[in-house]
Design a protein around this ligand. Structure first.
Ligand code: GRF
Length: 199
């Protein structure tokens, strides 16, 4: 898989660790890491273990489709079976979806379809829900839609703020992502309408 990151990369680290610890038994390996910004911990995590990286900053391209084509080409160069958006905070475009639609997965820190978008944790907290969680799903052109692969619930505590709640969600999210990617890689999958079946 190729993993795309924009920040701390703790979800990426969980995938790197699973592949290192479980070897072939995990069923997947990270062949490259892509980013939309430089100087982030996510890139350093890849560099530390010798995984190739590439960065495409939107501001370095005249138009968004140009950026999208460059990103698509860099990912395609590694010939991945799966592409994982693990905290990648840019919306990809038509070229990317044409190349990787159906094998591009995203992790989101809320129980979709509730609280999509860049502030899923903050929005859940503001709504006053008692339970939120995380979702791993196939990404579609629209943000945070697409067939759901796996979800786990996390209780909201009275004393939570966005940071404390996001931290507890991320602990669960890392396990969920590793489990989902491993199962997809080892068993394959089929998507019927909105439903994902992993044999
Ligand atoms: C995750 O909660 C992801 O769902 C959200 O941003 C966070 C990324 O964390 N979009 P990290 O960079 O993997 O540590």
């Amino acid at each position: 898989m190729v993993v795309l990151v924009s920040g701390a990369g703790s979800n990426l680290q969980a995938l790197l660790d699973a592949a290192a610890e479980q070897g072939a038994g995990f069923g997947a390996e990270v062949v490259a890491v892509g980013a939309d910004r430089t100087g982030i911990e996510g890139l350093r995590r890849a560099e530390r273990v010798g995984v190739p990286t590439f960065t495409h900053r939107l501001r370095d391209y005249p138009t968004r489709p140009d950026w999208d084509r460059a990103l698509t080409e860099s990912v395609a160069a590694h010939r991945p079976d799966l592409v994982v958006s693990a905290g990648f905070m840019k919306i990809v475009g038509a070229s990317f979806m044409a190349a990787f639609g159906g094998r591009f997965i995203n992790t989101h820190p809320a129980l979709l379809p509730s609280f999509p978008g860049a502030h899923g944790v903050r929005d859940a907290l503001a709504h006053g829900v008692k339970v939120t969680g995380c979702t791993v799903h196939f990404a579609e052109a629209e943000v945070d839609t697409g067939p759901i692969i796996a979800q786990r619930a996390v209780e909201v505590r009275d004393e939570d703020d966005e940071a404390s709640l996001h931290q507890r969600i991320k602990e669960v999210e890392r396990g969920l992502l590793v489990d989902a990617v491993g199962r997809l890689a080892r068993h394959g999958y089929r998507v019927e309408g909105r439903k994902v079946y992993i044999p």
